[in-house]
Design a protein around this ligand. Structure first.
Ligand SMILES: CC(C)(COP(=O)(O)OP(=O)(O)OC[C@H]1O[C@@H](n2cnc3c(N)ncnc32)[C@H](O)[C@@H]1OP(=O)(O)O)[C@@H](O)C(=O)NCCC(=O)NCCS
Length: 217
């Protein structure tokens, strides 16, 4: 069976893991990596690195995956590609991820090795479920939400658009993180976190409001 060529945006660690997932799966093959301004002749993982501007001008139609871990950078890249007419953004699921059959996964989302997603959950567009993250039953992840490695989210949680749960943190069942909310690494959230709020600790408490445009990674 022939594999669909896919281009990966980014040349960092997140892109590298996605590349290894694609190599291990049977659906896609990596055509190139794309970076904002690579030096002439740059290669990454033995593939050419193409300048984004030239790639965007070369015409839409190719499949693209965004290998950028920080949502604000990913969101900006998605917007640039969409304005250039690109619309083929496959979800990439590691072969070792365990995903219940009724789970829905939006375009451009990435489920890394060892992820587990239980029945009834809905994963929005351009989400990242990083290595070993667990999303239990009936959860909803908004567009661009991110679960760092080793995160555990209990059943029936709602994680807003662009919300981020840091490495090793846990969310008790039925809780909500509003859009752009952040739970710091190692924390345990047992209350709801409002939009744009940063919570941390065990149990997590409110730390501060996030500044618009603030990155996590
Ligand atoms: C979200 C995060 C980046 C915030 O870090 P930050 O910007 O340095 O945090 P702030 O400067 O706003 O810290 C404010 C206060 O909260 C504390 N704090 C920050 N993160 C904390 C955490 N994860 N747990 C407990 N307390 C934390 C700080 O010590 C500080 O306390 P102080 O005022 O008493 O000095 C960080 O908590 C985090 O989650 N990092 C993990 C990133 C990750 O998941 N990496 C994996 C990528 S694959």
């Amino acid at each position: 069976m022939s594999r669909t060529p896919v281009h990966i945006v980014g040349c960092g660690g997140h892109a590298k893991v996605i590349a290894s997932m694609i190599a291990a799966g049977g659906h896609f093959e990596i055509a190139s990596f794309i970076d904002r301004a690579p030096a002439e002749g740059t290669r990454f993982l033995d593939r050419p690195v193409v300048a984004e501007e030239a790639f965007l001008a070369s015409g839409a139609g190719e499949a693209v995956v965004f290998g950028l871990g920080e949502w604000l950078h990913r969101a900006a890249a998605v917007a640039r590609f969409e304005s250039a007419g690109f619309s083929l953004f496959p979800a990439i699921v590691a072969p070792s991820a365990i995903v219940a059959p009724d789970v829905t996964i939006g375009e451009g989302s990435v489920l890394m090795p060892g992820v587990c997603v239980n029945a009834g959950s809905e994963i929005g567009d351009f989400c990242v479920l990083n290595t070993g993250a667990i999303l239990d039953h009936d959860c909803v992840l908004g567009r661009g939400a991110g679960l760092a490695p080793g995160v555990t989210v209990g059943g029936g949680c709602s994680i807003g658009s662009g919300a981020y749960i840091g490495i090793g943190a846990s969310v008790s069942h039925g809780r909500t993180l509003g859009d752009g909310a952040v739970l710091g690494g190692g924390g345990f959230l047992k209350e709801d976190a409002g939009a744009g709020e940063f919570w941390a600790g065990i149990p997590a408490s409110f730390v501060r409001n996030r500044v618009p445009g603030e990155t996590v990674l």
